[in-house]
Design a protein around this ligand. Structure first.
Ligand code: PLP
Length: 399
């Protein structure tokens, strides 16, 4: 079944380009951790639109910020200032100052890929001609634009679009010797996720990230952390790099930053951001009032409820309960960005489908693992409901 296809004169017609697999469910409404489909069936959202709606659906603070700003001013371009952008930029910089100890500057954009594009251009300008290359990790995911696809260390995803943009090298994740081997005189930056999200929820070892930082310092390379999936409390800290105690030079973010409103950002230490001059980069919607009003509301609310602490506490609870389920081999991840590795022979796609049938939304992140990323506001009752559903599904699933 394809929830997007409909019959027209006897022909199945889907109005969307076929870049996404056919969706199985049409969601119409959400509130907190709950979703309802077009037939009125209730679900628990343990995926959050891929770690986006971290405060839950229809959050009153987010809805109010959107409606207030929509009634005041949506957009004015970057030829002029607007108070929403200024307020959000100060708040984002404050968050990064608290977590890195550095003054910095922010560039707002509309998505994670665009945040990484900005970081890649900044790295090229910083490195200068001949020192333009960026090393990223195998298994990484950095976006779908040509440059961020090139930075994505999954050669199979490149094949249909060769030739890829020049200047990208890859190293084995969590292997400092491999990274060292990938660095040549053309390399100016290293780009890493603190937890590889799309790559299967694989956390970077703390010692590896510390070694990467030391290597970058020794060779004069920028360390760019892609916090698009991990940022804004998801891992139990504001940003994933905090777990290792390393300080990146550039941080990219998106997803939870808008709780479903499309927005992203690239932050850099002040002296690095300073290499950009007017005209070097931009976007019509950079700092647009409606998006940045949402960013402020999300940061205020996340601070008010101490979202990182919630992710830590609920993450520990969910991890312990999942690990005790028969048929679960192991649970990995940090905070509320988790993968459940199923016992040998269990197909994650089949478990995903059976959970969806029972009203639990997850994602088969690999052939053998489910990804769980519930809202940071998830309750113990909701955790118990999801764990009970998984227990029942694994009892029924052939091994
Ligand atoms: C989702 C994701 C991206 C891409 O973000 P889009 O908003 O889809 O462009 C980049 N990096 C990481 C780590 C992601 O998880």
């Amino acid at each position: 079944m394809n929830a997007h296809a409909f019959d027209t004169q006897g022909m199945q017609y889907c109005p969307f380009m076929p870049v996404f697999g056919p969706p199985q469910v049409m969601f119409e409404r959400g509130s907190g951790t709950e979703l309802w489909d077009a037939d009125g069936k209730r679900y628990l959202d343990f995926l959050c639109g891929l770690a986006v709606t971290s405060l839950g659906h229809s959050h009153p603070v987010v809805a109010e910020a959107i409606s207030r700003q929509a009634n005041q001013l949506l957009h004015v371009s970057n030829l002029f200032a607007n108070p929403a952008a200024l307020k959000a930029a100060v708040q984002v910089n404050a968050l990064l100052k608290e977590t890195t100890g550095h003054e910095g500057q922010v560039f707002f954009c509309n998505s994670g890929a665009e945040a990484n594009e900005a970081a890649l251009k900044l790295a090229r300008k910083f490195g200068g001609r001949g020192r333009h290359a960026v090393v990223s990790a195998y298994g990484s995911f950095h976006g779908r634009t040509l440059a961020t696809l090139a930075a994505t260390g999954q050669p199979a995803k490149h094949e249909a679009f060769q030739p890829m943009p020049d200047g990208f090298r890859y190293a084995v994740f969590n292997d400092i010797a491999s990274l060292e081997g990938a660095i040549d005189p053309t390399v100016g930056a290293v780009l890493l996720e603190p937890v590889q999200g799309e790559g299967g929820v694989v956390p970077a070892d703390a010692q590896y990230l510390r070694d990467v930082r030391a290597l970058c310092d020794e060779r004069g390379l920028l360390l760019i952390m892609d916090e698009v999936q991990t940022g804004y409390g998801r891992t139990g800290e504001w940003f994933g790099f905090q777990h290792a105690g390393v300080v990146p030079d550039v941080v990219t973010m998106a997803k939870a930053m808008g709780n479903g409103f499309p927005v992203g950002a690239c932050w850099a230490k002040r002296e690095i951001a300073a290499v950009f001059k007017p005209g070097d980069h931009g976007s019509t919607y950079s700092g647009t009032a409606i998006a940045t009003a949402v960013v402020s509301a999300v940061i205020d609310e996340m601070r008010r409820i101490d979202a990182p602490r919630l992710a830590r506490e609920r993450g520990a609870e969910l991890t312990a309960k999942l690990a005790a389920v028969p048929g679960v081999d192991s649970v990995r991840g940090t905070g509320l960005l988790l993968a459940v590795e199923l016992a040998a022979g269990i197909d994650a796609k089949a478990v995903y489908a059976a959970l969806l049938e029972r009203g639990i939304v997850t994602n088969a992140v690999t052939a053998t693992a489910l990804r769980l990323a519930p809202p940071l506001t998830v309750t113990t009752e909701q955790i118990d409901e999801a764990v009970a559903a998984l227990t029942a599904v694994l009892q029924e699933t052939p091994q």
